[in-house]
Design a protein around this ligand. Structure first.
Ligand code: GDP
Ligand code: MN
Length: 392
């Protein structure tokens, strides 16, 4: 789960990371008001979206008057900001962060990530920050410093000093970097983060370190024990279909085709999508209904799949181990009654209670298409589309 820059800054500041003073705004008037409260004669206005690359996309601006802030805020709020990271649809801008402008002498890159190879938290840093880490790794790989943290000892003092030296920091900056690293590490560890990134970490005109940008993302599987983090979720930044599915505990990924899929297990879901393609069709989504799905859960899966207007047929493919085919079948019948289905539905059931499941489907009197095998189900779904579109 991602959070906004201003939220990450507030969290990191709580652990001791120096950040510029700033305030949040939902309107041009509030943006101007925040600048007035901060005082000074230059402010940075920043679009709060769950994406980096805002600077290049026009989502970050240094302003020198309240009028300029108002105009810029007016032009940005309510728009979809498209960055290199958002995809073509962009992300909606509903919040702005207004902060005191910082005089930047140098930009450093600092990131804490989970390194899957060593199974440890790793620090990645570079004295040439500002640009995205992917670009940095291409254009200036030698500048990258990596450091792995041993979970038994945590981040130790000599490592933080070594990193500061490697970045070429001097004098008071060394102590400031030690504080910065320790704070980021504690925030990462204590809140079950997956990533903490400060880019740029600026060296100011007076030679001090300050976090000018901050990004944090969190382990969704640990949110149950981090209610304070979960409260920061902003669904306006998520794909509406995926957000609805997540709220209902379904794993859903929207795709471009017209065959809606309701499947149990990620592996079977992938295999089914392959079979649909092989049969000449295109899946509209990936959906894993999970184990032990109740009829109600099946109905919710139907509702989720049907939020996509492109869907022309639904393929239900269940290989029931923990699941029960009779529950799934009841769910399909219930979906017909409750959701008012008008499109063809192909059902393939296999495993626990399959006889009872098939009996429910066959005696339902509904126009359900039964299939015995995965290949047969995929072919039936492709054939059942009222307006077939050829696969690429
Ligand atoms: P991102 O593009 O989404 O990563 O957004 P950032 O917060 O990193 O801002 C983009 C760029 O704007 C930074 O790399 C800085 O060069 C610049 N910037 C951000 N804050 C300030 C500031 O206070 N003063 C100045 N002069 N530039 C800033
Ligand atoms: Mn940045």
């Amino acid at each position: 789960m991602d959070i906004h820059e201003y939220q990450a800054k507030e969290i990191l500041a709580g652990f001791g990371v120096p950040v510029p003073r700033g305030g949040l705004a939902y309107s041009p008037e509030q943006a101007a008001y925040q600048a007035r409260q901060l005082g000074g004669d230059a402010w940075v206005v920043k679009a709060q979206i769950h994406s980096g690359g805002r600077g290049e996309a026009g989502g970050v601006k240094v302003c020198r008057s309240e009028a300029e802030i108002r105009d810029y805020a007016q032009s940005l709020l309510g728009t979809q900001l498209v960055t290199k990271q958002t995809g073509a649809g962009g992300k909606g801008v509903y919040r702005l962060w207004v902060e005191e402008a910082t005089d930047i002498a140098q930009e450093i890159y600092l990131g804490f990530v989970l390194d899957r190879k060593t199974e440890r938290i790793m620090i990645v840093a570079s004295g040439h920050g500002g640009m995205a880490i992917e670009e940095l790794a291409e254009s200036d790989p030698d500048s990258l410093v990596r450091m792995v943290i041993d979970p038994a000892t945590g981040l130790v003092e000599y490592q933080t000093r070594e990193l500061a030296f490697k970045l070429g920091l001097k004098g008071k900056q060394i102590g400031q970097m030690v504080t910065m690293l320790r704070a980021c590490y504690r925030a990462y560890r204590d809140l079950d983060a997956m990533m903490v990134e400060v880019n740029p970490l600026a060296i100011t005109g007076t030679g001090d370190l300050v976090a000018l940008d901050a990004k944090m993302s969190f382990d969704t599987n640990a949110l149950y024990r981090r209610p304070q983090v979960e409260a920061l979720r902003d669904t306006s930044q998520e794909d509406a279909r995926e957000a609805m599915a997540a709220d209902n505990g379904l794993a859903y990924v929207g795709l471009d085709g017209d065959i809606g899929c309701i499947i149990n297990g990620a592996g079977l879901a992938m295999a089914t999508m392959d079979m649909i393609k092989l049969a000449g069709g295109e899946p509209a989504n990936f959906l894993d209904i999970g184990g032990g799905a109740s009829p109600e859960r099946v109905v919710t899966a139907f509702r989720t799949v049907l939020t996509d207007p492109k869907v022309e047929v639904i393929l239900v493919n269940i290989f029931a181990g923990i699941n029960r085919c009779d529950w799934i079948a009841k769910g399909v019948v219930q979906a017909y009654e409750e959701v008012g289905l008008t499109i063809p539905v192909v059902v393939r059931l296999s495993g626990t209670n399959v006889e009872e499941g098939r009996r429910i489907i066959e005696t339902s009197g509904l126009p359900l298409i039964s299939a015995e095998t995965l290949a047969g189900a995929a072919e039936a779904a492709v054939a059942a589309r009222p307006h077939p579109v050829a696969a690429e």
